[in-house]
Ligand binder design. Sequence first.
Ligand SMILES: Cc1cc2nc3c(=O)[nH]c(=O)nc-3n(C[C@H](O)[C@H](O)[C@H](O)COP(=O)(O)OP(=O)(O)OC[C@H]3O[C@@H](n4cnc5c(N)ncnc54)[C@H](O)[C@@H]3O)c2cc1C
Length: 376
Amino acid sequence: MTPDSFDFLVIGAGIGGLSAAAELSRHGRVMLIEKESAPCYHSSGRSAAMFARHYGSAAIRALTDASEALLNKAARHGFYEALAPEARGILFVAPAGYDGPADANEGQVRITAAQVAELVPLLPAEKVDHGLWDAASCDMDVHAMHLGLARILRSHGGEIRTGAELTQASRGADGWHVVAGGKSLRAAAIVNAAGGWADEVATLCGAAPLGIEPRRRSAVLIDPPESAAAIRPVQAWPMVFDMDQTVYFKPEGGKLMLSPMDATPVTPHDCWAEELDIAIAVDRFERLTGLAVQRVSHSWAGLRSFLPDNEPAIGPDPVIPAFYWLAGQGGSGIKIAAAAAALLAAHATESPLPDGLGAELARFLSPARLTAKAAD
Ligand SMILES: Cc1cc2nc3c(=O)[nH]c(=O)nc-3n(C[C@H](O)[C@H](O)[C@H](O)COP(=O)(O)OP(=O)(O)OC[C@H]3O[C@@H](n4cnc5c(N)ncnc54)[C@H](O)[C@@H]3O)c2cc1C
């Protein structure tokens, strides 16, 4: 193998690509390329970093459970600590006068207005009808994950090349020939972990796009009111959603992160929070809490990328040999990254499926399901 020749070329150093590259580095020589100047520049560096145990489809929840086991194993082996040791919890709040469905879902218990006010002192009991409380969900440390995964990759002889956008790719009898960042590379197999750009990368490689739709989600930081912070330290507050899921807020480094939960379809790009979405976030927070926001100290937006059936695609392209997809993780790409990478690596190395992920789930997540639907 020449210096610029690899077993696996992973495209995109978000948390998906980093996880896949670290996993594959146990099986062969890996190059991870990233078009930006650093890993986790796009979605993976802009998330709410929540390990929401009960959020998402059955497939997402299965990947979440399997990820928890893998992340605990990584922590036990001293690689990295991705899951916060103490649960933050997720609270859904029904405002006073709420007349929608009130049943608790899996993993939640119904709590009273007084209990809501105790958990989050900025929600006065008289403004609340009840809450649905998931006490088990916790924060994730994406930075620790990023560094730990890069360490694993490098310890197995793998490389990360930043400022290296894939611009050309062709496949010959001896594998893939690509150009990235102006340099030629060869690889036996390609993993497409390009987030919102996954269809563009597929097209470059001669594969049919799967219909990825990047959707912008915005967030702002505000100062929490001192009076409420004095009753209970902000860092101990849960992540809070209104019951209709139009706004959430969450402690973030002593401040509160708010999101208007926007999901605006956009072309893949380096996105930012629009003025209107910032105003909507503030307005919805003020309506929920009765507080007036004095100042937004920071705002940002990131892409959550979805496939037409809102499920991720993990596995081989149905037509192009040695081309694997890891795309469409939507709003769950951080929490499912470990299991998604293990499943991807099982496909790419023809190894047994990871614990907790059966053949039925692997088939359900296969990219082939989308091309078969398109052909119907
Ligand atoms: C506001 C917000 C809140 C969120 N909250 C959560 C949460 O609480 N929990 C959770 O699990 N998930 C959450 N998510 C979703 C999560 O962030 C994403 O699912 C996840 O980051 C996707 O990771 P990725 O590696 O697929 O994509 P990305 O992080 O976008 O990485 C893809 C990379 O590919 C690179 N790339 C693209 N094209 C090329 C090319 N041609 N050559 C080289 N490189 C290329 C890009 O530059 C990019 O760095 C949230 C997202 C947002 C925006």
